[in-house]
Write a new protein. Sequence first.
Length: 60
Amino acid sequence: MKSSPSFLKRQKERARQERRQQKSARRAEANARKAAKPRPADGEDPDIAGIVPGPQPPQE
């Protein structure tokens, strides 16, 4: 005996709502982590600090 379509539809909608809430919580957590991370005072990106444009010297 199969369940009624409306019951299955309600189950799917509840699952969608739960996924949306989890995704929203993950986004909020990521934003909070990003805001709490200290920014460099001089405004220079630490990943590219010290890189000079153009040809780079050979590595030894």
